[in-house]
Design a binder for this molecule. Structure first.
Ligand code: ADQ
Length: 759
């Protein structure tokens, strides 16, 4: 139906054009036919005149008139000749035939004959007048005036016109018919071509047709448009994907579904050193605080989604007051989605296990940040003891012999094997949140074998990147007798397999309700500028970190200092707000580092500060989530310059906060996140000049480029969120448990079978 409409739309103009052409052509044709006839009659007249002239010259002068009349009357026997007159050179009529009108004088007749269209309308019809000399040699010769009947040419002209109309009509119909067929075929070709392009078949067909040669596959008439059409389609798809994310996004609901189906609602127990909620006693009573920790940021939304029990060190000064008799408290305080089980550590335990072995030994060991690890025998003893206490707590909290245990980080390298000993059927997923060094670096640790053996008690061992997995596998290969199967990513130690896999961690993508509560970027900027006393037009860079030497804060300050020196136009106009949450301040290394940062900040501010302007604002305090969001939304750029980082969640939080698709991310290539986020300005933080140039580039980046980069970054972080991180690990665990159950069933049946056949 649609194509008929289209054809009518096409045919009507065609027919109108043909009609107009016919209307214009017909008078032209008439004129041309008459001219042909006129020329024909003139030639004919000339011939008749010549014949008559010869006869006239033979007539004797005396007998002339009668003979002449007879001659002329014979001449007009020709049906096309109406009349003939013989005129003298002075235009007097000598004689004329009967048909020659009496009213027509020689003078008039000759005047008309000289016209372009020598036509005269008589009562009997139109005549053509021709004027010819009797003697062509004689200038004053008599003249013959011949009148030809024009009704014949007129009739012929009408006939010609009729034939012409019939011809044009038939031609029009034929053209229209052919056009319709061609249009119909091309339309079908176009439609199927377009459909093929949209289905993306273009890339496949030539390979099939040409055996892999060509790349151009659309129908020839569509080829010039193909690239453009594909580009538009891709842009549309991109925008759709950017706006709505993947078709089945990872969210709490999907994670819960996975726990219900693949893990059949089995109990999930999390073990970490840091607790997700700390109760603190202040002047106005007890309040709850969220620690500045990447681990907590990542695991908490997962626990909210799947309920269960989280076992952690109770470190708050009011923690003991808020638990029940089993040291449990339901959290979060408002929704009480899961249970927090607190473990109390003595001062010695905390110093030896946490500050000593974990933070002075394993932390610098795993981060290549040029701080020497310290390993003390006493710390090691505490580390072992505390790992055992947490393992016992896991066993105590387990409601079945096969819970799913999520062990978090380098504080619990020994715990997986300890839990495995008591709960052999447990599914133990250990996630190592920090990098894993190469075998030589790890070899520094005096208890390297024990740590590896402890970790290989896990069912699944997760790292942020494949590179860390590779380092771990090589380390095991170097220090333990284990079977490594690279194609299955498994390590079997003492017959027990462990899957070693990369699971890049992330954040929970903000929900619509959370986003509604955020201030608009302009509002956030106004509030931050007012609070920090920044001048209008200032370029605002933010850094948000725990106050740790691995985060590259010193290198960041050096880059800001160099920026002000190399690009003096930024003096008075560029400010870095560095938020640094106090951390591990009991350790000398950290205290010295934090003091140094304060000193360098003062030096830069002294050199480049003017009046109230300070290029670096160091806010060494914990900020709540809303304050960080406001800062992220107010900033022109976020600067992440870690010297070594497992992943780094700050950069992902900044991306999630920028729903206005503005703001630039500067990201260290030594953070695991750099592998996922190439649209950031990726830098080597040890290279001051490179970081400086990145700061300048970010400060001058056009909004359109910022939008392109940020839109792409947001797409990645939204899709690769923390629910996907947990979901992938739990799905792998689900498959593992399924396989184990099948193996156990098969073994039981074969045992029962062999018992039945034994007499
Ligand atoms: P962290 O070393 O703690 O995490 P990171 O991933 O950047 O580092 O997470 C820090 C978290 O603390 C962020 O959620 C951030 O918002 C918050 N934070 C930082 N400063 C703060 C402040 N002043 N006030 C309040 N909150 C603050 C470790 C590894 C990382 C890995 C995570 C998760 O070192 O590489 O990404 O675990 O696996």
């Amino acid at each position: 139906m649609k194509s008929i409409h289209l054809q009518i739309r096409f045919l009507v103009p065609l027919l109108v054009t043909l009609t107009v052409a016919a209307l214009l052509a017909l008078p032209l044709l008439d004129r041309m036919t008459l001219r042909w006839f006129s020329r024909d009659l003139s030639a004919r007249g000339s011939m008749v005149a010549k014949t008559l002239s010869l006869a006239i010259s033979d007539i004797e002068p005396n007998a002339k008139l009668d003979r002449l009349r007879g001659l002329l009357e014979r001449g007009v026997l020709d049906e096309r000749l109406v009349g003939i007159a013989l005129c003298s050179a002075t235009n007097e009529q000598i004689l004329s035939t009967k048909g020659f009108p009496t009213s027509l004088t020689c003078q008039e007749a000759r005047t008309i004959a000289r016209q372009q269209d020598p036509r005269l309308e008589l009562a009997s019809g139109a005549v053509h007048i021709g004027d010819f000399p009797v003697n062509t040699q004689q200038a004053d010769s008599d003249r013959l005036v011949l009148l030809h009947d024009l009704s014949l040419p007129d009739r012929r002209s009408i006939d010609t016109r009729r034939y012409m109309i019939i011809f044009i009509t038939l031609l029009g119909l034929a053209v229209a018919g052919i056009t319709m067929v061609v249009a119909q075929l091309s339309w079908r070709g176009w439609v199927s071509g377009m459909r093929a392009i949209m289905r993306g078949e273009g890339l496949v067909r030539p390979l099939l047709q040409t055996g892999g040669g060509g790349t151009d596959s659309a129908p020839p008439e569509l080829q010039p448009l193909e690239v453009e059409i594909r580009q538009h389609l891709r842009e549309l798809e991109d925008n759709l994907y950017r706006e709505h994310g993947p078709l089945t996004p990872w969210d709490p609901e999907r994670l819960r579904g996975l726990l219900r189906t693949q893990l059949r609602g089995d109990q999930v127990i999390v073990v970490s050193n840091r607790e997700p909620y700390i109760h603190l006693r202040g002047a106005d009573g007890i309040h709850v605080s969220r620690p500045a920790s990447g681990l907590v940021t990542a695991v908490e939304p997962v626990m909210r989604a799947c309920s269960g029990t989280w076992i952690a060190h109770g470190s708050g000064n009011a923690d003991q007051e808020t638990v029940d008799e089993h040291d449990r408290v339901a959290v979060p305080p408002d929704t009480k989605d899961y249970v927090l089980r607190r473990i109390w550590l003595t001062k010695e335990e905390e110093e030896g296990y946490y500050q000593g072995f974990a933070n002075e030994g394993l932390w610098p060991l795993c981060h290549v940040a040029h701080v020497r690890p310290v390993f003390r025998e006493s710390d090691w003893a505490q580390y072992r003891a505390v790992n055992q206490r947490f393992a016992d707590a896991v066993v105590a909290e387990a409601r079945s012999d096969d819970p799913v245990v999520l062990v978090q980080d380098y504080h619990f390298a020994l715990l997986p094997a300890m839990v495995r000993e008591k709960l052999p059927n447990a599914t133990i997923i250990t996630f190592w949140h920090i990098p894993w060094p190469n075998p030589e670096s790890f070899g520094i640790c005096p208890w390297r074998r024990e740590l590896l053996q402890g970790m290989l008690g896990s069912t699944i061992l997760g790292f942020h990147t494949r590179f860390h997995c590779k380092n771990f596998t090589e380390t095991v290969d170097r220090y333990l007798e284990a079977r490594i199967e690279h194609e299955h990513s498994t390590i079997s130690y003492q017959g027990e397999p462990t899957l070693v896999q990369s699971y890049p961690i992330s954040i929970a993508w903000p929900t619509d309700e959370e986003r509604v509560a955020w201030p608009a970027p302009t509002e956030a900027r106004r509030a931050v500028f007012e609070r920090l006393g920044l001048a209008e037009g200032t370029c605002l860079a933010v850094g948000v970190d725990r106050f740790d030497y691995t985060k590259g804060i010193l290198e960041r300050l050096h880059a800001v200092e160099r920026l002000l020196e190399k690009y003096p136009q930024w003096q008075g106009r560029f400010v870095l707000v560095q938020v640094a949450a106090p951390t591990r301040s009991a350790l000398d290394e950290y205290r010295e580092f934090q003091d140094r940062i304060h000193r360098v900040t003062d030096r830069i501010n002294l050199q480049y500060g003017q009046g109230s302007y300070k290029p670096v604002l160091l806010l060494a305090e914990h900020h709540d989530h809303a304050a960080l969001m406001e800062l992220y939304r107010a900033a022109d750029m976020c600067v992440v310059t870690s010297l070594h980082d497992g992943m780094n969640l700050v950069c992902k939080e900044f991306i999630a906060a920028r729903d206005d698709e503005q703001g630039v991310l500067i990201l260290s290539r030594f953070a695991g996140a750099a592998r996922e986020l190439p649209e950031a300005l990726v830098i080597n933080p040890y290279h001051v000049e490179e970081t400086t140039d990145a700061l300048h580039r970010a400060a001058t980046m056009p909004p359109q480029e910022q939008r392109e980069r940020m839109a792409s970054l947001r797409m990645t972080v939204r899709e690769f969120n923390v629910y996907r991180w947990a979901g992938r690990m739990l799905a792998d665990a689900g498959q593992w448990r399924l396989r184990e159950r099948i193996t156990r069933r098969v073994q039981r049946r074969s045992r029962e079978g062999s018992e039945a056949t034994t007499p």
